[in-house]
Design a protein around this ligand. Structure first.
Ligand code: GRF
Length: 216
């Protein structure tokens, strides 16, 4: 079984992108979605923070840009229900977290089971949570990278779709390492979502992802 409805040329997979900031990953998605062979479209962008640059990027690309401000809700559950409502209204089939800085609980995940994809700036399961590049430098690793994974109830613990490696140089600092990792994210993340939309992944009984052979 594919993770999602397999896209067709007439009916591309409808992706909703959640953001909280600058949206450089969103930009990579907007560019990929504009290519002729794109198997997905960015159907809407939702930010939990008003006024962020990601919303401007969406507007420029003529994609509906919505704000669901978490500060205006009394509970996490109410915030997540409002998010789900917006995404369902836009008939979103797959949710992409592109620098979305809120942890999502079951109120959200139950509406999109195994249908939420995130990028984490480390090779999971190493360095989960905030400041992953700093954690990598503090640990003295020679390689780190980024991980595109499905979101589960933990922090950066869900089934791994793909990873990309970045070498840590001797004179590396947090800013330079973050920049190198982000450059990899911009390549890897849209590529993985394209492959999800093409039905190239499923998972085994332990929820480990398997790649399916491409049709000849
Ligand atoms: C990315 O580096 C991602 O790894 C992390 O948040 C950052 C978002 O950057 N989850 P942007 O908003 O896509 O520019």
């Amino acid at each position: 079984m594919s993770l999602v409805r397999v896209s067709t040329s007439k009916d591309r997979l409808r992706v909703g992108v959640l953001v909280s900031g600058g949206g450089s990953n969103l930009q990579a998605f907007l560019l990929r979605a504009a290519e002729v062979d794109a198997a997905f479209e960015v159907s809407c962008v939702v930010s939990n923070r008003p006024g962020v640059f990601a919303l401007e990027r969406a507007e420029r690309a003529q994609v509906p840009a919505l704000v669901v401000d978490h500060k205006t809700f009394e509970t996490r559950a109410a915030f997540e229900e409002a998010l789900v409502e917006q995404l369902q209204e836009q008939r979103v089939e797959l949710v992409v977290l592109a620098g979305f800085m809120r942890v999502l609980s079951d109120h959200f995940l139950a509406a999109f089971p195994f249908l939420v994809v995130n990028v984490h700036p480390a090779l999971c399961p190493s360095f989960p949570g905030m400041h992953a590049a700093r954690q990598a430098l503090e640990a003295g690793v020679r390689v780190t990278g980024c991980t595109v994974h499905l979101v589960d109830h933990g922090v950066d613990t869900g089934p791994i779709l793909e990873q990309s490696v970045v070498l840590v140089d001797d004179d590396e600092n947090e800013a330079s390492l973050t920049q190198k990792i982000q450059a990899q994210e911009h390549k890897l993340f849209p590529k993985v979502v394209q492959n999800v939309a093409l039905g190239r992944y499923d998972f085994d009984e332990k929820h480990r992802i398997r790649r399916r052979p491409s049709p000849v």
